[in-house]
Design a protein. Structure first.
Length: 429
């Protein structure tokens, strides 16, 4: 949905459809009718509603067929919907089977990742509204353990430069402006904001990348540099950043200083346990599942310790002498963003990283971070029962209303702008 800022500018807020299991285009299309349209009706009635679309490689290929594309464009026009962002992170099956570290495959060291991302952009250009930038979020390079040498890093950067060339040619041919948004995540090549800035500065925006793009497009160095900064951005996932114990104001300042744009903000919350002890282990069992990685970052005695999955952290805890010093865990397990506290047991208090979301959105209210805001609580199928406070569509509506409220706290005080003043994106015919 379109949320208006105090200055009258529009920002696009939706949720990512990766919460709904769907690998084929037929499944995606079914979910649009089953979930998206009812959610639109409850939130905005018949007003314009932006969709955060997740397309697997299979779905993208099927949607690229002329008949499927024509039908989808007709659907968007008929229901006053539009797509402003695509989740291009999971390439294949994302629900119901073991995903874990395979979710990053193929990564940016594999030619197939470039092929898939190029195809996403090509199909996106066919239904992206005119005069609107589209974003595609993608994996943070690769799973950290797979990046073993400098050549691997250089190759990933080179592949991303090739994608920029594709995006430039696509815009020249269709007028569609699309950006790539790299999404840092715990235990990945791009994990922290500092690591991300180093990769952008030393590789993506380097003289080698500029020269490569010059050669690919036959353009001058200044134009090449500008295109790299325009088309390669960061996807800021608030769960991931909070799990890494990042500071909201600090990371935004660092990214601005490095001239790195935030193409997309994924509004998500993780699990926070302020003082983990051996008695916490039993209460953590419901958060262990066989589908997704739940990376853990531990703050203990002034130092951060990282674990690839929750069972790894628990195993280490059982070997560690418990002292009087607090041991805080933050877990990459997406939980509903409208919850600040999950539960209290006799031994443990479970909180969320909602405060980090509030910090980011407060800064966004002061100065826009990105036009693209997407709630991403994809773990609904594996959420412990006590965290499922609502039915899935009810929870999505509640999350989006919570986010909208945070976005408009200041606007409601400073302006009387009405929805009628918002300009609907011009659809492609």
């Amino acid at each position: 949905m379109i949320v208006t800022r105090a200055d009258g500018s529009a920002q696009h807020l939706s949720y990512c459809s990766n919460i709904h299991p769907a690998e084929s285009w037929a499944d995606v299309r079914s979910n649009l009718h089953k979930h998206v349209l009812p959610i639109q009706s409850r939130l905005v009635g018949t007003d314009a509603f932006g969709i955060g679309l997740r397309l697997s490689a299979l779905a993208a290929d099927e949607l690229s067929q002329p008949e499927a594309l024509a039908e989808f464009k007709e659907f968007l026009a008929e229901h006053n919907c539009y797509v402003f962002t695509i989740n291009g992170f999971p390439y294949g099956t994302f629900h119901g089977t073991r995903v874990k570290e395979d979710v990053y495959l193929p990564d940016w060291m594999d030619e197939e990742r470039l092929t898939y991302t190029n195809q996403l952009a090509t199909v996106f250009a066919q239904f992206l509204p005119r005069n609107q930038t589209g974003s595609i979020s993608t994996v943070p390079g690769a799973f950290k353990d797979r990046v073993t040498d400098k050549n691997s890093v250089a190759y990933m950067a080179s592949q991303m430069v090739k994608h920029v060339a594709h995006l430039y040619k696509l815009e020249q041919d269709t007028g569609a402006s699309i950006i790539l948004a790299l999404e840092p995540e715990p235990c990945c090549f791009l994990e922290t904001i500092d690591e991300s800035i180093a990769f952008f500065t030393d590789h993506l925006f380097s003289s080698q990348s500029i020269e490569q793009l010059q050669t690919l497009l036959n353009i001058d160095s200044n134009t090449a540099s500008a295109l790299l900064q325009k088309h390669i951005t960061l996807c800021l996932d608030t769960c991931h950043a909070a799990v890494e114990f990042e500071n909201a104001e600090s990371i935004l300042g660092k990214l601005k200083q490095a001239n790195i744009n935030i193409g997309k903000v994924q509004i998500s919350a993780g699990l926070r346990i302020k003082n983990v002890t051996s008695s916490t282990i039993e209460s953590l069992q419901p958060f262990i599942d066989k589908v997704y990685l739940h990376q853990v970052v531990e703050h203990y005695n002034g130092t951060l310790h990282r674990y690839t999955d929750l069972p790894d952290a628990i195993a280490q805890l059982t070997k560690t002498d418990t002292s009087s010093l607090p041991r805080e865990w933050r877990v990459h397990f997406h939980v509903p963003i409208f919850l600040d506290e999950l539960e209290q047991t006799a031994n443990t208090q479970f909180f969320t990283t909602q405060d980090f979301i509030k910090d980011i959105l407060a800064l966004h209210r002061q100065s826009p971070i990105s036009e693209h805001l997407e709630v991403e609580t994809y773990t609904w199928d594996v959420l412990p029962a006590h965290c499922k406070t609502d039915q899935i569509d009810d929870a999505i509506v509640r999350e989006l209303n919570w986010a909208k409220n945070e976005l408009t706290i200041t606007a409601e005080r400073e302006t009387t702008t009405t929805k009628s003043q918002v300009t609907k994106p011009q659809a492609i015919t």
